[in-house]
Design a protein around this ligand. Sequence first.
Ligand SMILES: NC(=O)C1=CN([C@@H]2O[C@H](COP(=O)(O)OP(=O)(O)OC[C@H]3O[C@@H](n4cnc5c(N)ncnc54)[C@H](OP(=O)(O)O)[C@@H]3O)[C@@H](O)[C@H]2O)C=CC1
Ligand SMILES: O=C(O)C1=N[C@H](C(=O)O)C[C@H](O)C1
Length: 270
Amino acid sequence: MSDMKLVVVGAGGRMGRTLVRIVSETPGVTVHAAIERDGSPVIGEDAGILAGIGEIGVPLTTDVLAAVVGADGILDFTAPAATVEFAELAAQARIAHIIGTTGCSAEDEARIDAAARHATVVKSGNMSVGVNLLAVLVEQAARALGPDFDVEILEMHHRHKVDAPSGTALLLGEAAARGRDIKLDDYAVRSRDGYTGPRPQGAIGFATLRGGSVVGDHTVYFAGAGERLELRHVAEDRAQFAKGAVRAALWARGRKPGRYDMADVLGLKD
Ligand SMILES: NC(=O)C1=CN([C@@H]2O[C@H](COP(=O)(O)OP(=O)(O)OC[C@H]3O[C@@H](n4cnc5c(N)ncnc54)[C@H](OP(=O)(O)O)[C@@H]3O)[C@@H](O)[C@H]2O)C=CC1
Ligand SMILES: O=C(O)C1=N[C@H](C(=O)O)C[C@H](O)C1
């Protein structure tokens, strides 16, 4: 089979540069085009040079319509407003759309669901193998320990991150809620300030730290009376997210349109 041709959108960003590097290093996939937004100072630069791997002959452009011609998939770690537009484009082109973008609203999610009628969409708040396995363990722990153990999720990311709680923290919260057979939205406490009163029974709490260059730290606490379990993941390198995204793209190739996540890709669903 020929190489899978992938369009990297947001190719000048932290994840975009990492994706260009990982796609270039991975057999079976190739960088078909590299897209940045209108007005970006990196337009015209070679995507490989920007990614620190030397020239690959793919200049950054703004022309995403031309980019999807002949492409098999889009790798998208950008921003919600951009992602919903790329989803519609992927649907028109009937190709795979791998979405790592976090911070999407319910309305954005509905537009992505609609696009997934025609595109093969894999979307996850975290594309690493480790976090997706952690989510399985969190679901099991929540089921076994029950509501007597208070669930709190602490995350820390670099100073540039614009959304909170992180997509990963929410993914882990969903896993805990599944384990308890409840809906996260009914129990989530996403921030605390001032005279909050005691902790509501069964709450799933979130706490956010931002600073420096932290790639991504997540700890799920199960705090009981007299004992505490802590499940933790530390991302040391963005390459793990990019490798997960490439794995998702290869998995999505030729698969019927629909909405999938990394647990589907990794075979973690029963
Ligand atoms: N699911 C996962 O495993 C992971 C998800 N993420 C998520 O990925 C997203 C990006 O993170 P990160 O790389 O750190 O952020 P960056 O801000 O470094 O990169 C985003 C890039 O997308 C560009 N962009 C925004 N809008 C458009 C558009 N309409 N067309 C083309 N390019 C556009 C930005 O350009 P400009 O700077 O000009 O706005 C920027 O270059 C975040 O939502 C983050 O949470 C990150 C890591 C892992
Ligand atoms: O913005 C980031 O950097 C990251 N975002 C994702 C998230 O919101 O969880 C994944 C990872 O932790 C890095």
